[in-house]
Ligand binder design. Structure first.
Ligand code: CUA
Length: 177
């Protein structure tokens, strides 16, 4: 079979390009540890009342000690529900927050601006990640998946303050010893 010279060049170029793509995928997975996000677990969106994470009284902030908090959030049109916990969005520099989020209705998004946190929130899936806040400030938390007519109103503010005076007093006392 005769293959025209130019056609041969194109075949070589296509195979080389596919090979380069494949090599970059393998390098990403093997060397840089790139993985698709996997859900932390599953939850029945019809039975959230029975969920240890997302029942109404389980929502909000949970102090795990050592400046570590869990924050359970139920996303729904068009709010990030933290069960009315007024302190849920307030943290101090140095706090580590582990988010557990699911959706009650449709697909939502969850992105913390200025942080490397970006989820899709699917009904039935539990999304989770830990974030340590190093800079004080107001961090906007945005739903970035179009989820209905009120989508643009679906955001919250995370407030990260300098460590309180109490902590500084403790540090000062410890420093005196
Ligand atoms: Cu929720 Cu957009």
């Amino acid at each position: 079979m005769h293959i025209h010279e130019y056609e041969r060049y194109w075949i070589i170029a296509v195979v080389a390009t596919l090979g380069a793509f494949l090599a970059s995928l393998m390098a990403g997975a093997a060397i840089f540890g790139v993985r698709l996000p996997t859900p932390e677990g599953f939850v029945n969106p019809q039975r959230l009342d029975e969920s240890a994470l997302f029942a109404p009284d389980a929502l909000g902030k949970h102090d795990r000690g050592d400046d570590h908090y869990d924050l359970h959030i139920l996303a729904r049109q068009f709010v990030f529900d933290v069960g009315g916990d007024l302190s849920a969005w307030d943290y101090e520099v140095g706090d580590t927050v582990t988010f557990y989020i699911t959706s009650e209705d449709v697909i939502h998004g969850f992105i913390i601006e200025k942080m490397n946190t970006n989820f899709e929130i699917l009904p039935g899936h539990i999304a989770s990640a830990s974030v340590t806040f190093k800079e004080p400030g107001r961090y906007r938390v945005v739903c970035h998946q179009y989820c209905g007519t009120g989508h643009q109103a679906m955001y919250s503010w995370l407030n990260v303050s300098e460590p309180s005076d109490d902590a500084e007093d403790v540090a000062a006392v410890e420093g005196d010893e």
